[in-house]
Each structure stands twice: as structure tokens, then as C-alpha cells.
Design a protein around this ligand. Structure first.
Ligand SMILES: [Ca+2]
Ligand SMILES: [Ca+2]
Length: 477
């Protein structure tokens, strides 16, 4: 939903990148294994620990990754457990294991460590490095962590540097760094000895579904908010800034029942522009299947045609800071009149990894598009499951993304209708483009085919169910 230069979008992903493609770290003076560390969570008090690690093989011989384990030491500050997750890794999160180990002998800065291991048959060639291992460690009760008293934490390291406070073991013997408690004096020497253990990437599987037929009278309808929706008003982008108005969201009758209409109106000026957006208030939608039945308009209901208008259905999570590795966004964006330097009509499907605002805007995402008019009603489906995002229009798969272009945390479900800034028609006559949404559906339980989505919607309607939400609040991470 942000500024994009789609000509630069590449559909390539990193899924085919093997370890042999990784570059050597020539500056390493050490021999043997060493561990580089940085963090993207620099505050003493934070909602999670985010160690990023890079293992360098400074020796002249290849090292099987399965022989290596890494330890990141911290104080838990709670009797409760910690949960490990892998946000992204060049070697693939599925090739990592993470275990939180309780240390038999503790210090003021270390009573637990995260033990990271590698599975599979990969090896680290002489001079090669693993590349990013972007790790997360958080309290299972989601309370803040105190990193100030954590042995391995260094909030000043926002770029990779050798850290002797993150240790590496090869076949059980210390190969790099200085443990907080010397090995052989009661400190940790062996493998993991205690719980909790989690999988490397996935939150617990969840079930539950959302269906909403959008049977409301207005955004001020008490049940609209009670059902978890919010119509946006006020400041911010994208598009023509500060033009969001709840009055742009209405609930007319169409397609035989009530639909949610998002109206984008402009006379070419900021003051004469109104944009519409509706979001779930809960950020609880992660893996599973998303769907909506949407009416796209190629032309305004009145006034001159030709603005770069963007009629959307998407999922998103906030960008906490530039290049946030947990940023997640999946988009359907219909541009009937084109935009971003390209002609229309086009439907863009886009999966995001992250983006930065400064010093220049750079987006890291993959995208594809369908170059045809989608005037009228269409069923849109996004399946997010087992490392692949698949987009469908009216039952036809139009795009997939994999690798890092896959959500890394739970998101909101959103619709908006807005004008690309600087690409409105040179006319002072007001015009209004309408997007309508008949219903929205989400199932947390995995892949649901487009045909089954329609069958389930039909079943909800047969049961006179206009709204249901059994998706747990803690669905995903
Ligand atoms: Ca601590
Ligand atoms: Ca409806």
C-alpha cells in the first residue's frame, strides 16, 4: 500500500540459493568458526529478543552444519517459559532448530540460553558464512523482556560484528566465544536438557473462521465495531494524504443483499479528496485462507474518468522500523486506469518482505499482475500455508510467492480505495470511484479451495449467519 516502483519488482526469490552461493568473509583473521551478531531490537525493555547471527567458517576445510550449535545467553526474568521462532534465514528456517535451555549454574546475566542447531546435510564451505539467521525469542506470556541484564545482548551492534558472547560448539566442544560459566565447572556442556522446545518457525496450529456478509447500516452501526471493524479517518497515506473519512464507507444494497461500499472521491485537490479504508481492529490473521467477493469499477460513478485509483483487498502488519524483518503484507490492488508509471487496467498481486523509508524508499517484495478489466464482481482468495502464498481470482491461481515473501506474523484484514498521489486527472470536476465488498472470509485451518470457500459462504447464508468469528485472539504470533 506504499509508494512503489513496480518496474523494479523482480519475481525472483531466494528459495534456490544454496550455501555454495554465499560469499566468503575475507576480513576474518581468526581461524575456525566464529559467530557474528547484530540485533534489530536494541532497547533494554523490548517485547522480544531479536538476535541475528551469521556463522563464518574461517578455516580451510568445509564444516558440516549439523555439527554446529550456537548459544545465546540471557536471563529469563520470569519463571515462565520463552518461545523461539525463526523470522527468516538464508539456509531456510526449516533447517534450524531452537531450544531454550535452563542452565544448571547461573550468573547474574545468564540463567538460560537459546541453543540453535542445524538440520539437514548442508555444510559451510571454507571461508563461507551462513548468511542471516534472523531469530526471535519471546516470553510465552508476551510480557516485555529485560535485555539489559542479558549476557549475549549488545544493543549497540546494529551491524554484524564478531561477538564472543554468543558461543559456537562443534560436535559438543567449544569452538568460538566465551561462555558465561566455564565449561567443565558445572556449566552447560552437553545438549539441551530441559524444556520448553518449539518448532523453528511455526506458531501452534489454530482453527477458527471469520465470515462477515457486511450487513450493517453505517460505520457507526454499533455492531460494525463490535464485530471487529474500524473505518479509518484522518491523517496519513497512502495516496492523497490526510483524506480518510468514515463517511466514504456506506452499506448500500447490491447483488441481492447488503454490501460494504468504499468511495474514493477527488476534484484533483487535497481538500477535495476523500479516500476510504476499513480494517479489522484485531491483528490475529496469519496462516490459512483469506477470501472476499469484491466489485471493481473501471470508471467513476459520475464525473470524468482517468485517475490512478487503487481498489484493494489486503492483509498487513505495522512496520515497526525501516526494514523490519517481521513486516508482512499481502495485496490485491486493482488499478483500472493504471498507475505507478504503467497503463491499466491491471490487477497487482504482491507479497512483501519489508521496506524502508529512509534515506530513500526501498521496497522488498515480489509482485505479478493481470492486465485485463475486472469490472464487476470477483472472488479473490489468498492461501497462506506451509511456506507458500497463492493468489486466486475467480478460482484461477494467478501468482505464488515463497521463501522470505511469506508472512512472518499475524496481520489485520483490510480494504481501501485511494488515489495514487500525483496521478490524478487534470480536472476540477469531482468524480467518485466505488469499490464494493459483498463478504469477507478467513479460515485459520489451512488451505481452503476457492470452490470450498464459496460452498462455505453458501452454507453460512443458508443458516442465516451474517457474521461469525471463531478465530482466537492469539492465532499465530
Ligand atoms: Ca533478561
Ligand atoms: Ca453482503
Amino acid at each position: 500500500m506504499r509508494k512503489k516502483t513496480l518496474a523494479a519488482v523482480l519475481a525472483a526469490t531466494l528459495t534456490g540459493l544454496g550455501l555454495t552461493a554465499l560469499t566468503a568473509t575475507a576480513s576474518s583473521a581468526a581461524t575456525g568458526v566464529h559467530v557474528q551478531y547484530r540485533t534489530t531490537m536494541t532497547g533494554a525493555s523490548a517485547y522480544e529478543i531479536e538476535p541475528w547471527l551469521n556463522v563464518v567458517n574461517g578455516s580451510s576445510a568445509s564444516i558440516p552444519l549439523s555439527q554446529l550449535t550456537l548459544r545465546y545467553y540471557f536471563t529469563a526474568d520470569t519463571a515462565g517459559s520463552y518461545t523461539f521462532a525463526c523470522a527468516w534465514a538464508v539456509v531456510g528456517c526449516g533447517n534450524l532448530t531452537g531450544t531454550v535451555v535452563t542452565m544448571p549454574t547461573t550468573t547474574g546475566t545468564a540463567d538460560h540460553y537459546l541453543q540453535l542447531g542445524f538440520t539437514g546435510s548442508g555444510s559451510l564451505a571454507a571461508g563461507a558464512s551462513t548468511g542471516d539467521l534472523q531469530l526471535r525469542l519471546y516470553r510465552s506470556d508476551w510480557q516485555n523482556v529485560n535485555q539489559a541484564n542479558d549476557y549475549s545482548f549488545n544493543g549497540s551492534l546494529t551491524s554484524y560484528a564478531d561477538s564472543t558472547k554468543v558461543t559456537a560448539y562443534r560436535s559438543g566442544s567449544l569452538a568460538w566465544g566465551t561462555p558465561p560459566v566455564p565449561d567443565g565447572t558445572g556449566g552447560p556442556t552437553g545438549g539441551p536438557s530441559s524444556s520448553p522446545t518449539t518448532g523453528p518457525t511455526s506458531p501452534p496450529p489454530s482453527t477458527g473462521a471469520l465470515f462477515d456478509d457486511f450487513s450493517y447500516t453505517s460505520p457507526n452501526d454499533a455492531s460494525f465495531a463490535a464485530h471487529g471493524w474500524s473505518a479509518r479517518s484522518g491523517a496519513g497515506g497512502p495516496g492523497i494524504l490526510d483524506s480518510w473519512k468514515t463517511s466514504a464507507v456506506t452499506f448500500p444494497t447490491a447483488s441481492g443483499n447488503t454490501v460494504m461500499q468504499l468511495a474514493a472521491t477527488t476534484d484533483g485537490t487535497n481538500g477535495g479528496t476523500t479516500q476510504a479504508e476499513v480494517d479489522t481492529t484485531a491483528k490475529k490473521f496469519f496462516t490459512g485462507t483469506y477470501a472476499a467477493r469484491v466489485f471493481f469499477n473501471d470508471a467513476p460513478a459520475s464525473g470524468p474518468d482517468g485517475d490512478s485509483v487503487n481498489e484493494t483487498f489486503y492483509t498487513i502488519t505495522p512496520l515497526r522500523y525501516d526494514n523490519d524483518p517481521l513486516y508482512s503484507e499481502l495485496d490485491f490492488e486493482y488499478l483500472p486506469n493504471g498507475g505507478w508509471g504503467d497503463t491499466g487496467p491491471k490487477m497487482y498481486t504482491t507479497s512483501w518482505y519489508t521496506y524502508q523509508n529512509n534515506p530513500t524508499w526501498v521496497g522488498d517484495r515480489v509482485s505479478s499482475n493481470v492486465s485485463e478489466s475486472l469490472q464487476g464482481w470477483h472472488n479473490l482468495v489468498i492461501q497462506v500455508n506451509n511456506g507458500t502464498v497463492a493468489y486466486f481470482i475467480d478460482g484461477t491461481q494467478v501468482f505464488t510467492s515463497t521463501g522470505k515473501y511469506y508472512p512472518r506474523q499475524s496481520m489485520t484484514i483490510d480494504f481501501n480505495n485511494w488515489f495514487i498521489a500525483g496521478e490524478t486527472l487534470g480536472s476540477a470536476t469531482p468524480r467518485t470511484y466505488n469499490e464494493q465488498v459483498d463478504w469477507v472470509y478467513y479460515n485459520a485451518g489451512g488451505i481452503v479451495s476457492p470452490a470450498t470457500v464459496q460452498a462455505q459462504v453458501n452454507a453460512y447464508r443458508a443458516a442465516h449467519t451474517t457474521f461469525t468469528d471463531t478465530v482466537p485472539a492469539n492465532n499465530g504470533s
